[in-house]
Structure formats: structure tokens, C-alpha cells
Design a protein. Structure first.
Length: 552
């Protein structure tokens, strides 16, 4: 048990040292630390003498009982109340105990391994007396509750004893007793109702015993159970029994301490669970809202995708129509390239321009994109204030650390940038490749080439037949060729647009997938909660450990 007790005390120590923001547990620290100290002290005194406290109302005969045990008028007794004002410690010679200095010491007890302390009246009107009784009770191992038929149910005494239920072994001594068992039956019943566990009950007439002992006489029946009480103290309280009593006291205090902690934790747990849910919801909602903003801003921007696809097509296009497309593209995007500002980026910062660059193989930027910073910040603040409220409701102190907004924003930017540079760009390039593949190039050039061949044949035929070419033939031919090219460019542009749009759709799917996992905005808040939940687990584990002690 001893190793286990040390383990439990260490675990308790850990809980007591908690100085985090969860006030529900932190406010237990002081009481807990006090109890741990007491447990450690009691553990270290396992092999010491057993300290017995004689406790009871004024005049019940505590001092007389001590004298009867000693067989001498050691403690002062009186028919006037109250009599005893400081505890009197009756101890075997040479006993060293760390009691208050003003307590009276009466050395010479023949009761080996036992120290009996006579206390002032516990139903006292004198404050100092009550404090001294509390002091003795705190330090004793066994309580001998004394009561006579006139006084055995006083609330003043019980109020001192109630907090110690389970932590002290207790037995009753009915003083000034008669042969009637009425008091005994009633007293025991009432004590049991109050939750006290009695280790024994003795009816005595201590004054008779004392007189008999002083006169060196033989015990009489009038002394009732006094000889049994003496036998109990002298013979039954062996070293082994004393150790068992002390262990039971420690186990009682320990299980009360742990039960108290568990009660706190049980009461607080629903709020912690609600908090965990709230953080989860806030996290999910924030990511969802942020995704929506990014979709609406960046991914819904048609220029972004047509620009990127146009660039990629331009880089690869061959043939007459392809080259014309490239020329057209470079003219179309000239203003943007010259100014460094793409049209969609006006008023929206540089995010669009950067995103477009990221989508092409000419990605000049190494930094991540910064996307919808203000909107994301605002969203984050909104959700965070809800989380903060939930923390307060669950009994947490206000957060002093700065919010972890930057980490969240960086994570979002990283994810968006990864998608743009990765799957989104791959899709743009794949479509550009399709549009510039040789069958498409040949198919695009074929009508023009056929027309030019036909025109050439007309020129040669006319030349051979020698009539002059009709005036305007060359310009007509050039016009028709230009019209063919224009029509084809128009068709290619339409296809490019639809390709750009479909690249956007699949990139969007990739973005949603990327946002669907692993983005945690309220990481720090989660850690705070997890810390508290960890303590809850520890408190529960302590309860289980106590179960082990109880069984072993
Ligand atoms: N007849 C009889 N009288 C007793 C017995 N025990 C104590 N008395 C008397 O009761 C009175 C009070 O006894 P104390 O021993 O001083 O009582 P106490 O509990 O120490 O009282 P405080 O010191 O005031 O708390 C004295 O007059 C005793 O003689 C007993 O067993 N039989
Ligand atoms: Mg007294």
C-alpha cells in the first residue's frame, strides 16, 4: 500500500500544483495542499505512538476518566464548569511529540504506545477552549468521545466531529454510567444517523475506579466496563492494531479528499464537454466561412483562370492560328503586364495578380498568397468571441495571451497557395496542352491552309490563262483569310474560356478537400481545454487508484 500511497500523493500533488486558467479546479488547490501535507505527515508517523483525544462537553468527566486510567489525581477536576482550559498530555516517559508548548505534559503513563490527551470542554462558550479542542482533534488518531446521561447529544461537540468522519477512529465512553443501557442505545443510534462509525462503546464510572485505585482496592461491578476499557487500551491496541488504525485514518482522509475532487470534476464536466463542442463548432464554422470567402473572391474570378490558361496556351501554341492566338493574348494582357496590375486586382489588393501567377508555370513568387485578410480576421474575431464566452461559462479565467490569428491565416494562405500551385496549376496546364496539341493545331490551321491553297491555285490558273487578275483579288483573299483566322480565334477563345472554367471547378474541389481536414483555428484554446480535461482524467484515475487501495 505504501508505494501506492506515494503514487497517489504524487498524483494529488500534481493536481494541487495546477495553476492554469480553470478556476473550478484551481480553487481546490489550497485545501488539497493542506490535505496532502497532513497525509504525508500521517504517513510519516505510522510507526509512532497512538494519540487518543478525550473529547466531550464540560463536566462529563474527561479529566476524571484520565485520572482513573492513570490511577492518580493528575488532571484537575472540579464540580464547577468549565474546569480544564488547556489540553493535558498524558504520555509514556520519554515520548517526544510536537504539540503546542502551552499544553500541559504529564509524563509517566504506563500505557505503552499510547498518548492520552485530556481536552477542554468542546461545548464551551470560551473561544480559546474550542480552538484547543480543534487543535487536539487535528493531531489525534483516535477520538474517545465522552458523554454522560445528562450530556451526550450536544451539537457544539458534533459540529467539531462531523468534518472528521472517516478520518479518525472513534469510540464512545459513557461516563457516570448506570446499569441502564438506555443512553447507549440512543446515543449509538443518533451517532450512526450522523454517519459516525464507532470502534467501541464503554460504560464507565470513572470516579469509582479512581477512588478504588487510590485505595488500592479490587475492581467492583460498579465500575461497569472500565476494566474492559483498560484491557482494550493496554492489550488490544498492539503496535499492529495501532498501525491499522492509522492506516484506516489515512485511507479515510485520502478517499474523502479524492471524493471531493471527483465531485467538483463531475459537476464541472458537462460544461467542459459543452465547451469542447463549442470549440469544434467554431472551428468548423470558421473554416467553412473562410472557404466561402475564398471561393467567392478568388476562385469565382473568371479573369484569373482565363488569364492563366491564356498564358499557358500562348507559351505552347504553334501554327498560324496558334501564333495569332499568342499575339492576341500578349496584346490583350499587355496593359496588365505593363502596369503590373491585372484588372481584377484593382481594389482587391494584389491577391488576384499573385494567384494568376501561381497558376502559371511562370510563378515568380515564393511567398504564399495573402488572401481575404480583412474578412478572415473579422470572421476569426467573431468566432473567437463566442469561444471566449464558452470558456468563461465553463469556469475559465480570461485569456491573457494574444489570439493565434496569424497562425490560422498563415495556414489558410498556405493551403490556398498549395492548391493554386499544385492541382489547380496542373489542371490549367493539362487543358492548355490539350488546346495546343498537334491535332488541334492542324485542325485549326487546315481551313486557312485549304483556303490559301485554293487562292494560290486561282492565282496560278489566272496567270496561265493570261487574263489579268481581277482587281481587288489580293485584298479579298487577305480579308477572307483574316476572317477565317478571326473566326478560329473566336472559337479557340470560347474553348479556352470553358477550359478555364472547368479548370476552376476541379481546382475548387481540390481546395474544398484541402480545407476539409487539419485546419484548426482555435489550437491554443483547444490546448487550454485539453489541459483541463487531462486533469479531469487524473482526478478520475485517482478515484480508480483509491479503489485499488480499498481492495488491497
Ligand atoms: N459520580 C460520578 N461523578 C463523576 C464521574 N466522572 C466525573 N464526575 C464528576 O463530574 C465533575 C466533572 O468532572 P471533570 O472530570 O472535571 O469533567 P470534565 O469533563 O473534565 O470537565 P471540563 O474540564 O470542564 O471539560 C466532577 O465533579 C467529577 O467528580 C463519574 O464517573 N461518576
Ligand atoms: Mg476536565
Amino acid at each position: 500500500m505504501s508505494t501506492t500511497l506515494h503514487e497517489i500523493l504524487d498524483a494529488l500533488d500534481h493536481v494541487a500544483r495546477y495553476d492554469g486558467p480553470w478556476t473550478k479546479l484551481r480553487r481546490e488547490s489550497d485545501v488539497l495542499r493542506e490535505r496532502i501535507d497532513e497525509l504525508r505527515e500521517r504517513e510519516s508517523r505510522m510507526g509512532d505512538v497512538l494519540v487518543i483525544a478525550l473529547v466531550g462537553g464540560s463536566g462529563v468527566g474527561k479529566s476524571t476518566l484520565l485520572n482513573a486510567l492513570a490511577g492518580d489525581q493528575l488532571a484537575r477536576t472540579s464540580p464547577y464548569r468549565p474546569c480544564t482550559s488547556v489540553p493535558a498530555v498524558y504520555q509514556p516517559p520519554g515520548t517526544q511529540l510536537d504539540f503546542a508548548e502551552d499544553w500541559e505534559r504529564i509524563s509517566g503513563s504506563a500505557l505503552e504506545n499510547l498518548v492520552v490527551i485530556d481536552t477542554p470542554d468542546s461545548d464551551t462558550i470560551i473561544h480559546a477552549h474550542r480552538e484547543r479542542v480543534i487543535d487536539v482533534l487535528r493531531q489525534c488518531d483516535l477520538i474517545m468521545l465522552c458523554g454522560s446521561s445528562e450530556k451526550y447529544l450536544d451539537e457544539a461537540t458534533w459540529s467539531l466531529l462531523r468534518p472528521l468522519r472517516g478520518e479518525r477512529t472513534m469510540l464512545c465512553v459513557e461516563t457516570k454510567a448506570s446499569t441502564s443501557t438506555e443512553v447507549r442505545d440512543h446515543w449509538i443510534k443518533r451517532l450512526e444517523e450522523q454517519g459516525f462509525d464507532l470502534a467501541g462503546y464503554f460504560r464507565v464510572n470513572a470516579l469509582r475506579t479512581l477512588d478504588r485505585k487510590l485505595a488500592n482496592g479490587a475492581p467492583t461491578d460498579e465500575e461497569l466496563d472500565f476494566p474492559d476499557l483498560e484491557a482494550y487500551l493496554e492489550q488490544e491496541l498492539t503496535t499492529e492494531r495501532i498501525r491499522r488504525i492509522k492506516k484506516a485514518n489515512v485511507a479515510g482522509l485520502l478517499s474523502k479528499t479524492i471524493a471531493r475532487l471527483n465531485k467538483e470534476v463531475d459537476a464541472a464536466e458537462p460544461a467542459l464537454e459543452a465547451l469542447a463542442k463549442r470549440i469544434d463548432q467554431a472551428d468548423k464554422a470558421l473554416v467553412k466561412d473562410a472557404l466561402k470567402i475564398i471561393e467567392d473572391r478568388l476562385f469565382a474570378e473568371p479573369h484569373l483562370w482565363t488569364f492563366a490558361l491564356g498564358r499557358e496556351v500562348g507559351l505552347r501554341s504553334r501554327g498560324i492560328v496558334g501564333t495569332s492566338y499568342r499575339l492576341l493574348e500578349s496584346i490583350r494582357t499587355m496593359p496588365a503586364r505593363l502596369s503590373g496590375w491585372l484588372p481584377w486586382s484593382v481594389g482587391r489588393g494584389v491577391a488576384g495578380r499573385r494567384a494568376a501567377q501561381m497558376l502559371t508555370s511562370e510563378d515568380l513568387f515564393h511567398d504564399d498568397l495573402e488572401v481575404a485578410t480583412d474578412e478572415v480576421t473579422q470572421l476569426y474575431e467573431e468566432h473567437r468571441s463566442e469561444v471566449t464566452l464558452a470558456f468563461t461559462k465553463a469556469g475559465f479565467e480570461a485569456e491573457t495571451e494574444a489570439p493565434q490569428l496569424d497562425t490560422f491565416r498563415d495556414l489558410l494562405n498556405e493551403r490556398v497557395s498549395k492548391v493554386l500551385r499544385g492541382p489547380a496549376r496542373d489542371r490549367v496546364i493539362a487543358r492548355a496542352r490539350k488546346l495546343t496539341s498537334w491535332p488541334v493545331t492542324v485542325a485549326a490551321d487546315t481551313p486557312l491552309l485549304l483556303f490559301l491553297l485554293f487562292s494560290g491555285w486561282v492565282v496560278i490558273r489566272t496567270y496561265l490563262q493570261n487574263p489579268p487578275l481581277e482587281p481587288g483579288f489580293i485584298s479579298h483573299t487577305a480579308l477572307i483569310a483574316a476572317m477565317i483566322i478571326a473566326a478560329e480565334l473566336f472559337v479557340i477563345s470560347i474553348i479556352a474560356r470553358s477550359f478555364a472554367w472547368s479548370a476552376r471547378r476541379s481546382a475548387l474541389a481540390a481546395l474544398r478537400k484541402s480545407f476539409g481536414r487539419g485546419i484548426v483555428a482555435f489550437h491554443h484554446e483547444r490546448a487550454r481545454l485539453d489541459n483541463a480535461l487531462g486533469l479531469v482524467q487524473e482526478v478520475r484515475r485517482l478515484r480508480d487508484m483509491i479503489g485499488i487501495i480499498g481492495g488491497g
